[in-house]
Design a protein around this ligand. Structure first.
Ligand SMILES: Cc1ncc(COP(=O)(O)O)c(C=O)c1O
Length: 390
């Protein structure tokens, strides 16, 4: 398409479409980050963000992509040689493991098939066998963006409790925060990792660590090297509304606006909206006769859907046709899933008609790319949207 009219459809599972309100907020003069006006802004977002994590404890805001917040979660709480338990839910769990390896942590990663979430029973078994409590942390990715699988974090917490194990619990919510229900305090998570570019509807560039008192205590004795990612100077400076180094001022304007939008809609309504869109998308996939990558119904992600291609069909070719003909970007298969599946992002600033347009683009693309499928997915999704609209 040489000159596409209208808006590009950015339906990858993050970065997501940034609402005009947020773009307008970012488009403001950059102010003195050591002045009184900045302190007011910082205090507002530092308190406001707690609501999204469902925590009464401090949340750190880094000027970085999510990868930085992954590293921060590890280096602030652990020491060289510490044993940690991870679960291979997919590409992103594997990347987090890579950071742990580079820092000299002894990682035990429970193997997964990239179609299921963290198995709470497997975690319980490992922890119960660790009588000397040599495992210092359990790390889990809540919503595995590469597979469209959402792990049952509350059940993993219950498994850790049943094993009566004191390990820290570190959870990545980069593609679930602000779109799928998540409760940092209630689920006794010690560090929750977040990012700006998905459910929070911001551009990439901010990342988060929500903390627990246990995580703060661990930071006092943790020996891994840290400087940029160190929580302590952040917490100290944040108390008076400042940062130890130059913050991403304009993204914080955007964050303030995004938090207002989430507040106006109400977080529970935001989750409900994502559940409807997740379910409508899955109905479309089934009607097309295609296969969802997520196997267990309890683990279907409501922020994205990963769809497996029929044998012999290339997902990247389909995505290229859809981009070329309909100006829509869809998520690619990552790592060993390259070419085998594509991913539809339905999170962030997203409504019924955005989903209708997205699914229409996929259905037309399937036809044009000669992928064997049954028409009718869009109709199945619209039926669900209409019957659950209130
Ligand atoms: C679940 C998850 N964790 C971590 C990351 C890495 O974040 P970033 O690419 O912002 O560094 C991503 C990115 O998409 C993700 O989806």
């Amino acid at each position: 398409m040489a000159h596409p009219g209208g808006r590009h459809f950015l339906q990858i599972p993050g970065p997501t479409n940034v609402p005009d309100r947020v773009l307008r907020a970012i488009d403001s003069p950059t102010i003195d980050h050591r002045g009184p006006e900045f302190a007011k802004l910082a205090r507002e977002v530092l308190v406001g963000i707690r609501k999204v994590f469902k925590t009464a404890n401090p949340v750190i805001i880094f000027p970085s992509s999510g990868t930085g917040a992954w590293e921060a979660a590890l280096v602030n709480t652990l020491s060289p040689g510490d044993r940690i338990l991870m679960y291979e839910t997919g590409w992103f769990a594997s990347l987090w493991r890579g950071i742990a390896d580079k820092h000299g942590l002894r990682v035990e990663i429970l193997p997964g098939d990239w179609r299921h979430g963290v198995d709470p029973a497997a975690i319980e078994e490992k922890l119960a066998a660790d009588k000397e409590h040599s495992i210092k942390a359990v790390c889990a990715v809540h919503n595995e963006t590469s597979t469209g699988v959402a792990s049952r974090i509350q059940e993993v917490r219950a498994a850790i409790d049943r094993a009566r194990h004191p390990a820290l619990f570190l959870v990545d919510t980069i593609s679930s925060l602000g779109s799928i229900d998540y409760r940092h305090d209630e689920w006794k998570v010690d560090v929750t990792v977040g990012g700006s570019q998905k459910g929070l509807m911001l551009p990439p560039g901010l990342s988060f660590n929500a903390l627990s008192p246990k995580a703060l205590a661990a930071a006092k004795t943790a020996k891994l090297h840290r400087s940029y990612w160190e929580w302590e100077p952040m917490l100290q400076a944040n108390e008076s509304g400042f940062f130890p180094y130059t913050p991403a001022t304009n993204l914080l304007y955007g964050l303030r606006e995004a938090l207002r939008m989430l507040d106006e809609e109400g977080l529970e309504n935001v989750f409900r909206r994502h559940r409807r869109h997740g379910e409508a998308t899955r109905r479309a996939v089934r009607a097309w006769g295609l296969e969802l990558n997520a196997v267990d119904e309890r683990e279907h992600s409501d922020s994205l859907t990963a769809i497996r291609m029929p044998a012999g069909q290339d997902a990247d070719k389909l995505r290229a046709v859809i981009l070329e003909r309909f100006d829509m970007s869809l998520g690619q298969g990552l790592g060993k899933l390259k070419g085998k599946l594509f991913r539809i992002g339905h999170l962030g600033a997203f409504n019924d008609l955005t989903l209708a347009g997205t699914l229409a683009g996929v259905e037309m693309g399937l036809k044009l790319a000669h992928v064997p499928f049954s028409p009718g997915g869009v109709v199945a999704a619209l039926d669900h949207l209409a019957s659950t609209s209130s």
